[in-house]
Design a protein. Structure first.
Length: 724
C-alpha cells in the first residue's frame, strides 16, 4: 500500500455537493486536495479502463488499479471516491458507513463522490448486489490501512509508540497521557508523505462496530422528496443544451432505405444532423424537436423473425442448442429405480421490461476538445470506453459523470443514449440532451428473457426427494441449482440471457434484477410444492424434511415464526404459499397469503413475510427498504408485467398496457433480518425478489387448487387454470 499527501495552496477549497458534483478534472483535483492526505490503494479484484492498461496485470488479466481513494482534509472531513453509482439502493449511505467504521471517524464527517470517471477509481459497474459483498471489503481495508498510516504519523507527532495510541472520532490520543492528542486533520496539514505498511492493517471485529449495523438516515432522501435531486436529464451546461429527437426503426432488425428530411429542415430553429446510421433533429425545445421529427419521411424494410409472444416457447425448444450441465450428483437412473412417485412439469416465463421511472437520459458537452457526458448509467467506466471508441478520443479527453439514477435494475447497464448525445454534441459543437420517450424506453430496453423450465422429479417411500432432473431454457444458470438434499440430481441450462443470445430473441435481452434467478425459482419452488402435494405433506414441512443447509433451515424457521404458519397439506383453501431462494450469498424464505376471485381470476396478495439472512448488516433500515422494494417490484413480474411483440415490433408503448404494481394494491410486508454476524456482508439488493413468483403461485394453488405454470399470473391465466 502506498499513501501520499500533497502540499499545495491551502486556500483552495474542495466542495462536495451531492453524489457527483465535482467540476474539476483529476489533475486539478490533486491540486485541490493538496492540503490533506490523499490515500491511494492498489487492489487486485477486478480490472481497469484503458487509462491503466500500462499497469501490471493482476488476477483475471485485469490491470492493477488504484481502486479505492479517500481524502482526509485539514478540517478532518473525509471524502470517499467510488466508481459505484446511486440508483436508489442506498449505497451512498452504506459505503460511507464502512469507511467511517474502520477509519474511526464520525459518519457525519464522511462525504462521498460516486461514478465520476475523472475523480473515482475504475469500477466494473453497479449490479449483481456486489457493492457490499465485493467492493465493501476493499473499502474497509482502505480505511483500515489509512488509519494505520495516520497512527504512524501520530506516533511521531506525540512521541509515543503506536501501541499506546487510541482513536476516537478522528482524534488520536496517548493512553498514557490523554491530554496529548492530535486530530487527523492536524496530521495531514501541509505535509507530503509517502509511507508503505507492511502487510494489511487488521479490520475491526464485529463486536467493536459502532457505525456498521446502525440505521443511518439516507443521504439522498431529502433531495429526492423535495425535488432537488438532479438526474442526467436535469443537467444544464452553460448556455443550455439542444434537445435531440432521433429517427427510430419501427421494429428490431429493420433496415433504413430512403430518408427525406427536407420538411423538418424548414422548421425554425431546427438542426438536422446525419452521421451514418444516426439521424436526428435538434431544437432548444423538446416539443419543437418532436414536431420536426414527425415531418421526417423514412422507408424501412422489416426483417421480422418468424415467431411472436404466442409461439416463442416452441422457438426456444428448437433453437436453444445443446445443454450445459451446471451441477449433478448421484445417478438419475438409480433415482428412477427408488422413487415411488414421479412428477413432470414445464414452467414458463415471459419477457419483462425494466420500466424505470427515469428513462435513459444523457447530456453531452464538448469544451476544449474534451467531451463530458452526464449519463443515467450503471456502468460509467464502460460507457467511457464506448465513447472513446465512438469518438476516437484518448482517455483524458472523455469524462463520464453519473448523477442520481432513477432506477436501473440492470437495464441501465446499456447506455445507448450517452453515445448518441456525445456524437451529436461533437457534430454540432453544442451541448446536446437525449432523453428517451417512454416508447423508446420500451423499444430499446434489454428485456429479461422469456424462458421455460422442464423438471422431472420424484419422491421415495419416505417422502424424500430422490430424483431431480432440471433443464432451463434461456434464463441462464443463475439460481438454477437446487439447495435441497437430493442424492440423484442434474441441473442443466441452454440459451443464456446475455447480449442478444444469437437468434433466440427478437431483441436484446440482459440483466434484470438477479438475472434469471426469479424464473428459475418459479420453476424449482413450484415443482417442490407439486411434490409436497403429491406426497400429502405440508409444503413447509416437506421443504424442511429435504433440507440440510443450516442457513436455509434458519431462515425458514424465522419465516414460520413471523408468519404464524400452521402445517397443513395443500390445497388447504387458506391461500398460503412458501418459496425459498439463495442469491448473492443471501438466503431468503418468503411466505404469502393471497385471495383468488374465482369469478374473475383476479389475485390479491394480502400479506408477505420475508425472512432474510445476509451476514453482517451494514444499514438495517436500508435492508428493510430493499426488501420492501424487491417485493413491490416482484409483484409486477408475478401478476401483470409482460412484453408482447410481433416479429421485431415491441407492442408495449407505455404504461397503458404495461401494468406496474400500484401502492393501492400492495400487501402488508413484514421483514425479518436474521442475525448472522459471523458471515461477511452479502448482497441485499436482489434476493427478496427472487422467490416471490413461486410463493404467489403456491398460494394460488393452496387457495383454489389450480396450478399456475406461467408468469405473469394474469386473471385470464388463472381462469384457464381453474378450468383445467
Amino acid at each position: 500500500m502506498k499513501t501520499e499527501a500533497h502540499d499545495f495552496d491551502r486556500d483552495q477549497e474542495l466542495v462536495v455537493d451531492g453524489p457527483t458534483s465535482f467540476p474539476v478534472d483529476r489533475r486539478d483535483f490533486v491540486k485541490l486536495t493538496a492540503t490533506g492526505l490523499l490515500v491511494l490503494f492498489a487492489i487486485d479484484p477486478a480490472g481497469a479502463s484503458q487509462e491503466t492498461a500500462r499497469l501490471p496485470t493482476g488476477r483475471q488479466g485485469y490491470p492493477t488499479d488504484v481502486n479505492a481513494y479517500l481524502h482526509v482534509g485539514t478540517d478532518g472531513r473525509v471524502t470517499c471516491f467510488v466508481g459505484k453509482i446511486e440508483q436508489g439502493q442506498g449505497t451512498m449511505t452504506s459505503l460511507p458507513q464502512l469507511l467511517a467504521e474502520d477509519l474511526d471517524v464520525p459518519l457525519a464527517s464522511v462525504d462521498i463522490v460516486m461514478g465520476d470517471t475523472d475523480l473515482c477509481p475504475w469500477d466494473m459497474g453497479t449490479f449483481g448486489s456486489l457493492s457490499m459483498r465485493q467492493f465493501g471489503p476493499v473499502l474497509r481495508q482502505a480505511a483500515a490501512d489509512a488509519r494505520a498510516t495516520l497512527l504512524q504519523l501520530a506516533a511521531e507527532r506525540l512521541a509515543a509508540p503506536v501501541e499506546r495510541l487510541t482513536v476516537k472520532a478522528g482524534v488520536v490520543s496517548d493512553t498514557a497521557d490523554p491530554k496529548k492528542t492530535v486530530t487527523y486533520g492536524q496530521l495531514t496539514e501541509g505535509k507530503r508523505i509517502e509511507r508503505k505498511l507492511e502487510g494489511k492493517a487488521p479490520l475491526k471485529p464485529v463486536k467493536a462496530f459502532t457505525v456498521i449495523g446502525t440505521s443511518a438516515r439516507r443521504r439522498d432522501g431529502g433531495d429526492k422528496v423535495t425535488g432537488k435531486a438532479k438526474y442526467a436529464g436535469d443537467i444544464v451546461p452553460p448556455g443550455g443544451a439542444l434537445h435531440a429527437r432521433i429517427l427510430r426503426p419501427p421494429a428490431h432488425g429493420a433496415t433504413l432505405g430512403q430518408v427525406d428530411t427536407s420538411a423538418a429542415e424548414k422548421v425554425p430553429g431546427v438542426k438536422v444532423m446525419r452521421d451514418g446510421d444516426l439521424i436526428a433533429v435538434l431544437h432548444e425545445h423538446r416539443d419543437e424537436a418532436d414536431k420536426a421529427l414527425a415531418l421526417v419521411k423514412a422507408d424501412w424494410t422489416r426483417h421480422d423473425p418468424p415467431f411472436d409472444d404466442h409461439t416463442m416457447f416452441d422457438h426456444f425448444l428448437k433453437t436453444a442448442g445443446p445443454a450445459t450441465t451446471a451441477v449433478e450428483g448421484g445417478s438419475l437412473a438409480e433415482g428412477e429405480k427408488i422413487v415411488t412417485e414421479v412428477v413432470e412439469g414445464t414452467y414458463y416465463d415471459s419477457y419483462v421490461a425494466h420500466a424505470p421511472i427515469e428513462p435513459h437520459s444523457a447530456v453531452a458537452a464538448v469544451e476544449n476538445g474534451k467531451v463530458t457526458v452526464w449519463a443515467g448509467t450503471q456502468t460509467p467506466f464502460s460507457v467511457k470506453n464506448q465513447l472513446m471508441q465512438a469518438l476516437r478520443l484518448p482517455a483524458e479527453k472523455v469524462r463520464v459523470i453519473t448523477p442520481y439514477v432513477g432506477g436501473g435494475f440492470g437495464g441501465k447497464s446499456a447506455s445507448r443514449q450517452a453515445i448518441e448525445a456525445a456524437r451529436l454534441a461533437a457534430l454540432t459543437g453544442k451541448p446536446v440532451r437525449v432523453i428517451f420517450s417512454r416508447e423508446e424506453e420500451f423499444f430499446y430496453d434489454t428485456f429479461r428473457p422469456a424462458s421455460l423450465i422442464r423438471i422431472r422429479a420424484g419422491v421415495n417411500a419416505s417422502k424424500a426427494i430422490a430424483l431431480w432432473d432440471y433443464k432451463v431454457y434461456c434464463a441462464g444458470e443463475r439460481g438454477a441449482a437446487h439447495f435441497y438434499n437430493i442424492p440423484n440430481h442434474r441441473t442443466a441450462w441452454t440459451g443464456g440471457w446475455g447480449g442478444n443470445s444469437g437468434s433466440l430473441h427478437p431483441f436484446a435481452v440482459g440483466p434484470w434484477r438477479a438475472p434469471g434467478a426469479s424464473s428459475n425459482a418459479f420453476g424449482r419452488e413450484s415443482h417442490i410444492d407439486v411434490l409436497a402435494a403429491k406426497a400429502g405433506v405440508d409444503p413447509v414441512e416437506f421443504r424442511l424434511k429435504n433440507l440440510t443447509d443450516p442457513r436455509m433451515i434458519r431462515v425458514v424457521n424465522a419465516a414460520v415464526k413471523k408468519f404464524g404458519w400452521t402445517p397443513k397439506p395443500g390445497p388447504s383453501g387458506r391461500g398460503v404459499g412458501v418459496a425459498l431462494g439463495i442469491d448473492a450469498g443471501t438466503y431468503v424464505a418468503l411466505m404469502v397469503q393471497a385471495a383468488v376471485d374465482k369469478g374473475t381470476g383476479k389475485v390479491q396478495v394480502k400479506r408477505v413475510v420475508c425472512a432474510q439472512e445476509m451476514g453482517v448488516v451494514v444499514n438495517p433500515e436500508g435492508v428493510l427498504q430493499q426488501i420492501e422494494g424487491c417485493i413491490t417490484m416482484g409483484l409486477g413480474y408475478t401478476l401483470s408485467e409482460e412484453v408482447h411483440f410481433k416479429g421485431g415490433e415491441v407492442l408495449e408503448r407505455n404504461f397503458g398496457t404495461y401494468e406496474l404494481p400500484r401502492f393501492s394494491s400492495l400487501p402488508t410486508i413484514e421483514a425479518v433480518v436474521v442475525d448472522a454476524p459471523e458471515i461477511p456482508a452479502q448482497g441485499g439488493g436482489e434476493p427478496a425478489i427472487v422467490p416471490l413468483g413461486a410463493a404467489v403461485a403456491n398460494a394460488i394453488f393452496d387457495a383454489v387448487g389450480a396450478r399456475l405454470d406461467r408468469m405473469p399470473m394474469t386473471p385470464e391465466r388463472v381462469m384457464a387454470a381453474l378450468k383445467r
